[in-house]
Design a protein around this ligand. Structure first.
Ligand code: PMP
Length: 379
């Protein structure tokens, strides 16, 4: 049987320990047994998010947690700043528009990160801004934002800071409390190594004050319902029971490994990948100053069909990577370092890229990429 190695930026590889849990019979969610799992999940997420804030869980993909953040803290006509610079930054703007929120867009060049000083200036000019929406790791470009510096700016104002950490949570550092991030939205199917199904939001006291005043027309994603249930270690609607139970196990695995060790592990995988790509003459898409350890985006060399490259990797070699989105379609390919991956998975991916590029007529020394990654992994 052909391998099915997922090097795409979500959903990611699920380790066998979690597959075993996912295969267990379902239990009812209004039971002390499920409540026990829920308690473990909240505590585990607080560890990964590095926060003491309340965490609300919902049954949706990551976008649900983003939508819940927008519609629960704002009211129609409110003004906010959205930081773009990729597909997922744009999603914040689209969500705000859907709820009649006036978004002042900070348009960042794709491949670069927002300058926190620009956010400071924008907040200084308009004291009515209620929230700043950012993306921890912009998956469409492979850029990690300087959330710490942005938090430092936003915390000195009345605005709240909202971060999309769908990509990157558990993979790259995000110190929710130390960096003053008021709402963090994320989900189960990337760094937490599970199938999709559970999304969640952490909520600060500053954000709760806004939530109380929101008049947005929401129902399922109204965080007031989730906060109320959370006081009883419960959820307002039927949760994705099986994924929640597996999440309690995933969070145990993360705690056993130690979050800082995991950040180092993923950084190593990213460094090996970057070295490999450069050794075979490819260039990286993201600016060096903000390059992400969550995924690596690589420019497709001239004369190679980028869409075909990704398709051949998947259909011929059983390795799923991602291509470019929107204006980057066919121009980049993206290899993620999230989920249950080790050095050998990355080496397999690199060897396969070499093979596919070689067949496509791109000239380089076969094996140079694998050797460069090996050097990083053996150092
Ligand atoms: N934000 C980021 C940064 C993402 O990478 C993704 C998924 N690729 C999303 C949001 C949306 O998540 P979902 O597809 O789970 O709704």
């Amino acid at each position: 049987m052909k391998r099915n190695l997922i090097l795409a930026p979500g959903p990611t590889q699920v380790p066998s320990r979690l597959c075993d849990v996912l295969g267990k019979p379902i239990i009812h969610h209004r039971t002390p047994q499920f409540q026990g799992y829920l308690k473990e999940v909240i505590e585990g997420l607080q560890y990964v998010l590095q926060t003491k804030n309340d965490i609300c869980l919902m049954a949706s993909s990551g976008t649900g947690a983003m939508e819940a953040s927008v519609c629960s803290i704002l009211s129609p006509g409110d003004k906010v700043i959205t930081v773009e610079g990729g597909k997922f930054g744009e999603r914040w703007t689209e969500l705000c528009k859907a709820y009649g929120v006036e978004a002042q867009v900070m348009d960042v060049e794709w491949g670069k990160a927002v300058d926190p000083a620009a956010i400071k200036e924008a907040l200084g000019k308009d004291k009515e801004i209620k929230a700043v929406f950012v993306t921890l790791c912009e998956t469409s470009t492979g850029v990690t934002a300087d959330i710490e510096a942005i938090g430092e700016v936003v915390k000195q104002t009345d605005a709240v800071l909202v971060a999309d950490a769908v990509s990157g949570l558990g993979v790259t550092d995000l110190q929710t409390d130390n960096w003053a991030v008021d709402l963090v939205a994320s989900a189960s199917h990337k760094g937490l190594m599970l199938p999709p199904g559970v999304a969640f939001v952490s909520i600060s006291e500053k954000a709760k004050a806004l939530i109380e005043k929101s008049t947005s027309p929401s129902y399922y994603f109204d965080l007031r319902k989730y906060l109320k249930s959370a006081t009883k270690t419960d959820t307002p609607f039927t949760p994705a029971i099986g994924v929640v139970i597996a999440l309690s196990e995933s969070l145990k695995m993360i705690k056993e490994a130690g979050i800082d060790n995991l950040f180092k592990h993923y950084e190593r995988l990213a460094k090996g990948t970057r070295a490999a790509m450069e050794a075979i003459g490819l260039t990286l898409f993201a600016d060096e100053s903000c390059i992400s350890n969550v995924l690596t985006s690589v420019n497709v060399p001239d004369g190679v069909d980028g869409v075909k490259l990704v398709k051949t990797m998947r259909d011929t070699h059983g390795i799923t990577m991602a291509g470019g989105q929107a204006q980057l379609k066919g121009k980049i390919f993206r290899m993620a370092h999230m989920g249950s991956l080790d050095e050998y998975d990355v080496l397999t991916g690199i060897a396969c890229i070499e093979k596919t590029l070689n067949s496509a007529g791109y000239k380089f020394n076969l094996g140079d990429g694998v050797a460069a990654a090996q050097k990083v992994f053996n150092s």
